[in-house]
Design a protein around this ligand. Structure first.
Ligand code: SF4
Length: 248
């Protein structure tokens, strides 16, 4: 008897194996996050009826998802890891991800990874990993300290700008490609967005969205350039079009 179809079968349901192009955003920790930004519309989702308890995606589901996704997409495969805050899963989880991707990549196939993060847990080890595997990082930073710290707070209400700026500098010092993703709020004065570029993100001044190109990694050793566009709150999209509305 066939097993019932569930949401984890989505990649194989959306396309004939190896025959289509689509982009899936993955939330391996659901809505769980180490911050409590005042505008976050996602933290509360964890308490909705029927929502899974915050927890790590199981090894079994992770492997099945990566295998099915790679097998369902023709050409390049883009994994976008989002939250909640995906770095709360720890670096070993992401080491496991790239190992599984390498296991299932077809010859010559390009596998790309994005990571959207609030940056507060990034350290030297994380940055070495992100550089080694050429992740494209979306770093959530709302502009200068006085604006960022109005909304982007810890669960204890502490400001986070200093940590996020330190993360930006660390990413830059390690040569990690990253975008600054900012959330526009009613308190944002005109003309302040240029300060986002000073954090070291390689995008220039931005308004309600930013657009730039970044180098990416390939398992086959080939390199190319790709464009990204990120919008907030929580819309991450690529040149091929918006894919989700996700806070970070
Ligand atoms: S906006 Fe992002 S970083 Fe802030 S609480 Fe929500 S998920 Fe966490």
């Amino acid at each position: 008897m066939n097993s019932p179809v569930d949401k984890y079968d989505a990649p194989s349901l959306m396309a004939k194996p190896g025959g289509s192009q689509f982009h899936v955003m993955i939330k391996p920790v659901g809505a769980a996050c180490n911050l409590a930004c005042t505008y976050c519309f996602y933290l509360g989702k964890a308490s909705l009826a029927g929502a899974p308890a915050p927890r790590r995606m199981s090894d079994e589901v992770l492997t099945a998802f990566i295998r099915q996704y790679i097998g369902s997409v023709s050409g390049d495969v883009i994994f976008s890891w989002q939250g909640g805050e995906p770095t709360t899963l720890g670096l070993d989880f992401f080491r496991q991800i790239v190992a599984i991707e390498a296991q299932f990549a077809r010859p010559g196939q390009t596998i790309l990874n994005d990571l959207q993060t609030n940056g507060t847990l990034l350290d030297e080890e994380w940055c070495r990993f992100l550089k080694q595997h050429q992740f494209l990082v979306g770093l959530s930073i709302d502009g200068p300290r006085e604006i960022h710290d109005r909304c982007r707070l810890t669960k204890g209400g502490e400001p986070t700008f200093a940590k996020v700026l330190a993360a930006a500098r660390l990413l830059k010092s390690h040569g990690v490609a990253f975008n600054a993703m900012a959330c526009i709020t009613g308190t944002m004065p005109d003309g302040r967005w240029t300060s986002t570029a000073s954090c070291g993100a390689s995008s220039g001044p931005i308004d309600s969205s930013s657009s730039r190109s970044s180098s990416t990694r390939t398992l086959s050793g080939r390199r190319r350039r790709r464009g990204t566009r990120r919008r907030c709150p929580a819309t991450a999209s690529r040149a091929r079009g918006p894919v989700s509305r996700t806070p970070s």
